[in-house]
Design a protein around this ligand. Structure first.
Ligand SMILES: *[C@@H]1O[C@H](CO)[C@@H](O)[C@H](O)[C@H]1NC(C)=O
Ligand SMILES: *[C@@H]1O[C@H](CO)[C@@H](O)[C@H](O)[C@H]1NC(C)=O
Ligand SMILES: *[C@@H]1O[C@H](CO)[C@@H](O)[C@H](O)[C@H]1NC(C)=O
Ligand SMILES: *[C@@H]1O[C@H](CO)[C@@H](O)[C@H](O)[C@H]1NC(C)=O
Ligand SMILES: *[C@@H]1O[C@H](CO)[C@@H](O)[C@H](O)[C@H]1NC(C)=O
Ligand SMILES: *[C@@H]1O[C@H](CO)[C@@H](O)[C@H](O)[C@H]1NC(C)=O
Ligand SMILES: *[C@@H]1O[C@H](CO)[C@@H](O)[C@H](O)[C@H]1NC(C)=O
Length: 397
């Protein structure tokens, strides 16, 4: 895997008990300490604080011993009399990290806008991402460190983050996901304990059923079974360095014609990315494209018999998700990764009537427009704020 991206996790964790924020965190008896935002390689320090927002770094341990980074963001523009609004957990997509919610300027980034509205913004980072902190015992150069796919994100990362935010805020949590962040949420909510901590969920470019995925490069990789060798960050990074024509075409073929995302800015957005992911995760995503079902990892005939005592990989039962969780779905007309038909399939699988569920189909939008469009606030976020407002009482403006 990409050793360039290895982080000095140890140096980071030495900062643990030296800061006042820690004391308030400890008073909640959380198992892991908090550090301030002043850690030079943290998301707070690099991206969020320079734009004038308060931000603190938190570390959360998953049941399988990964150490995730969470950032808590607030704004002095929030007109909430010092009281924090309901917690919102942001879950980024594939090849991204928590920075995804903050790269579109203070007037166009969902993370900043939510903080301005008074929400208690928590930025999630999955295992392996630059802003997370490795593993209790495994190093990132260890093969075992990368032995996971989105199933583990749903099973371990989501509950760990939800529990932590729920514990500290003593409140149910709104979950907002983009792309892979929606997949890990939807599958994660089939767990009752997780679902019970969720106030509502908003999904940008939901991917659950990938059967109709049109992305040519993904299709080709799947047909050629390229997913069984290492296709990852390294390749993306190399393609995207220097010669930006390559990069532009790659971005286009992966994410569609993004109407309102300035492709010339792609290098700005790649300052922190693409974030690493595991080859196994890509393989699992590709299995979904091939089979059209949301199943656990498919080990092949013999492997499945060994692991699951059956020939095929079992599917997740999405009807286990309580319909009492309000949901909001936004998909783009031009987004090949989150095809409108897939979204409708997901809705019918979730057995949700349109009345229980808000949907927004955004004309001309591709996958990246939902984060980086110059008019995302007007086109997408204002409706999302209405949804959040419809299911909460304490946040004004
Ligand atoms: C937190 O831990 C301290 C010390 O271990 C203990 O005295 C206190 O009762 C705990 N508080 C809660 C709410 O569990
Ligand atoms: C950050 O928090 C401190 C104390 O909680 C507050 O005084 C300050 O105004 C906040 N700054 C911003 C930018 O929100
Ligand atoms: C954001 O919007 C405010 C007012 O709407 C404006 O004063 C400010 O210059 C804008 N900031 C940026 C970075 O665009
Ligand atoms: C990855 O995990 C599976 C079980 O989930 C195990 O069978 C396999 O040996 C592991 N591979 C590595 C390299 O750790
Ligand atoms: C949340 O708090 C409970 C009890 O107060 C504790 O048992 C649990 O470990 C905490 N979970 C996290 C993730 O901090
Ligand atoms: C899925 O779960 C629901 C209720 O939780 C149950 O009625 C249904 O039979 C399950 N479907 C499958 C295929 O297991
Ligand atoms: C918010 O609530 C209003 C009134 O009930 C409804 O008309 C509207 O569709 C809701 N919007 C969203 C995005 O949930």
């Amino acid at each position: 895997m990409d050793t360039q991206l290895k982080l000095d996790v140890v140096a980071f964790s030495i900062f643990f008990c030296c800061f006042p924020v820690l004391i308030s965190a400890c008073s909640h008896n959380s198992t892991l300490p908090t550090v301030t935002g002043d850690v030079a390689d943290g998301l707070c320090y690099q991206v969020i604080q320079p734009l004038g927002y308060n931000c603190s770094e938190h570390i959360v341990q998953t049941e399988d011993n990964f150490l995730l980074g969470l950032q808590r963001v607030s704004s002095n523009k929030a007109n909430s009399g010092g009281k924090r609004g309901p917690p919102v957990l942001l879950l980024h997509g594939l090849f991204m990290g928590g920075e995804a919610w903050f790269l579109n300027g203070i007037n166009g980034s969902l993370g900043f806008l939510l903080a301005d509205k008074g929400y208690d913004v928590w930025v999630g980072n999955i295992r392996g991402v630059q802003w997370s902190h490795g593993h209790v015992s495994l190093s990132e150069s260890n093969k075992e460190f990368w032995n996971w796919s989105w199933t583990e994100l749903a099973k371990f990362d989501l509950p760990a983050m939800l529990n932590y935010v729920n514990n500290i805020t003593n409140s149910k949590v709104f979950v907002i996901g983009h792309s892979q962040g929606t997949l890990m949420s939807i599958v994660g909510f089939t767990n009752k304990e997780s679902a019970n901590k969720v106030e509502g969920a908003a999904f940008l470019c939901p991917i659950a059923y990938l059967h109709w995925v049109e992305v040519p490069i993904v299709r080709m990789a799947v047909l050629l079974h390229i997913d069984q060798v290492a296709v990852g960050t390294d390749i993306m990074r190399r393609l995207c360095r220097g010669d930006s024509d390559y990069c532009k075409n790659l971005v286009r073929s992966l994410t569609g014609e993004n109407c309102c995302f300035d492709i010339h800015k792609v290098n700005d957005y790649l300052r922190y990315g693409p974030q690493p992911t595991s080859t196994r995760n890509l393989a699992h995503l590709a299995q979904m494209v091939r089979s059209g079902y949301i199943t656990v990892y498919d080990y092949g005939l013999l492997g499945n018999i060994g692991k699951y005592r059956r020939f095929n990989a079992p599917s997740f039962n999405l009807t286990a998700i309580p319909t009492s969780i309000p949901m909001w779905f936004a998909s783009g007309e031009n987004d090949p990764l989150s095809d409108v038909i897939d979204v409708r399939d997901t809705l019918s699988e979730l057995q949700r009537s349109p009345r229980e569920t808000a949907t927004l189909e955004v004309k001309n939008y591709g996958h990246l427009d939902f984060l980086f469009s110059w008019s995302a606030k007007k086109d997408v976020y204002d409706d999302l704020f209405l949804f959040l407002g419809n299911h909460t009482s304490s946040v004004g403006a």
